[in-house]
Design a protein around this ligand. Structure first.
Ligand SMILES: [Mg+2]
Ligand SMILES: [Zn+2]
Length: 440
């Protein structure tokens, strides 16, 4: 649960790395961040977003065709914000060029890449970062629908980044489906890792080194719209999403509905009393079901009781491996989960290897709705428009307790008063989308 916050310090500065050429977009007369969507350059959309959240000063770091950027934004007066231009003398990479701004920056600042179309709740990101002590910064991470050919990030249960995993990924490896969204909040400690006048890249050079040196870097999981538009195909996609209002609507400030999923018996076949990675197998239709959720506007979030941990039959580490396998198998088929919540507790004592501190009456073990409520806080979920899909009475009651509609996965009868029954997840998702009128 979140701790008590003092006054969250205000972040007043934003740095935008705007050196992109846009060669793959076929641009010849403007640099990539000046590409227009709805009559405004992407850079301007970013600046407007920052302004909305109280940013007072923007540093645009450019190189390629910097004159075009400078001429458009000038000192920012026409845009109601202070804008400074810093021009790199030769390509320095995303981190190398940031070094040029060091003398002008406050203790903490935001950093965007100029070729990303985004709308996200900056205030919540700042609040998240403020919850950690002695931290070098936070990066936004999110799942994507092609993790198998993406550079991945691994975070631990505390939300700290443990590893950066570059592609290509060896086959047979399991990983979390999280990628770096290229939105950062840094303290000036980051400059310890960046050299003067040297080509350095955040993703490839700086962040992996920061984690290797055991700096505390947090990963902020977001389900908001943050996408780069590096290729012509991707540009068309983000343009359509922007024009349709999708980009804005996914900002965390707007409540979103969720489909909560029990795990065992809904996503994977039930395992025996000592579950292990090898025995984890997806139920047919799950991939299609999750993919449909991803395309619908509902969040897909797992909430699973794992009392085997308290009983001593499963370690946290083994559970994490099982979840990596789940995310990898889904990811291979372009399906993903927005979050995974588990309850490791169990109230009754009497198992040989049990873990004393987990044998408690907690608020997260279903039929209580603690996991759903935690997810609601994290993602700003609209519980009244959300659904719980599960195969046991505990799941149905947990969903009802949280004010969600419910679907029981069964080949038998609706014994627990769920709103609907379905034979598998795919059928359940069809029922939901039919009920809610398809996409949101
Ligand atoms: Mg179950
Ligand atoms: Zn619990």
């Amino acid at each position: 649960m979140s701790s008590f916050h003092k006054n969250i310090e205000k972040i007043k500065q934003l740095v935008i790395i705007a050196g992109g050429k846009g060669t793959r977009l076929g641009l010849t007369d403007i640099p990539k961040p000046m590409v227009k969507i709805k009559n405004e350059p992407i850079l301007e959309h970013q600046i407007n977003l920052a302004k909305k959240y109280g940013i007072e000063e923007v540093f645009i770091l450019s190189g390629h065709m910097s004159d075009v950027i400078k001429k458009y934004f000038k000192d920012g007066q026409d845009f109601g914000i202070k804008i400074h231009h810093i021009i790199e003398p030769y390509p320095l990479g995303t981190a190398g060029c940031l070094k040029l701004a060091e003398p002008f920056l406050d203790e903490k600042f935001l950093l965007f890449y100029g070729d990303i179309v985004m709308d996200f709740d900056i205030k919540n990101f700042v609040k998240f970062n403020a919850d950690y002590k002695d931290i070098i910064g936070s990066i936004v991470v999110h799942p994507n629908d092609h993790p198998y050919d993406s550079d991945l990030v691994e975070i631990d249960e505390q939300g700290l980044v443990r590893k950066f995993i570059s592609k290509p990924h060896p086959s047979g490896r399991y990983y979390q489906n999280l990628v770096n969204a290229a939105v950062y909040l840094f303290s000036k400690k980051i400059f310890k890792y960046i050299e003067n006048n040297k080509f350095q890249d955040f993703g490839k050079d700086i962040l992996p080194e920061v984690v290797k040196q055991e700096e505390r870097l947090a990963g902020y999981k977001s389900a908001e719209y943050i996408k780069d538009m590096g290729t012509a195909d991707r540009f068309e996609k983000v343009k359509t999403d922007f024009e349709s209002g999708k980009v804005v609507s996914l900002n965390r400030q707007n409540k979103r509905p969720c489909i909560f999923l029990d795990r065992d018996g809904v996503i994977n076949f039930n395992m025996d009393s000592s579950p292990n990675v090898e025995d984890f197998k997806l139920i047919p239709g799950v991939v299609e079901g999750v993919r449909k959720i991803n395309q619908s506007g509902f969040l897909a979030i797992v909430a699973t009781n794992q009392p085997m941990i308290a009983k001593g039959f499963l370690t946290f580490d083994e559970l994490s491996k099982i979840h990596k396998k789940m995310e990898t198998m889904l990811g291979e088929e372009r399906a993903y989960l927005d979050g995974i919540y588990f309850c490791p507790h169990h109230p009754e004592r009497g198992f040989a290897g049990e873990i004393e501190e987990l044998k408690v009456e907690c608020n997260c073990r279903k039929p209580k709705s603690g996991m759903l409520l935690q997810a609601q806080t994290d993602f700003n979920i609209d519980l009244a428009r959300s659904w719980m899909v599960g195969d046991s009475e505990r799941d149905i009651i947990a969903g009802q307790n949280a004010g969600c509609k419910t679907i029981l996965i069964t080949t038998g009868k609706n014994n627990y008063n769920a709103d609907y029954c379905a034979e598998n997840l795919k059928e359940a998702v069809d029922i939901i989308l039919n009920e809610e009128g398809g996409t949101i």
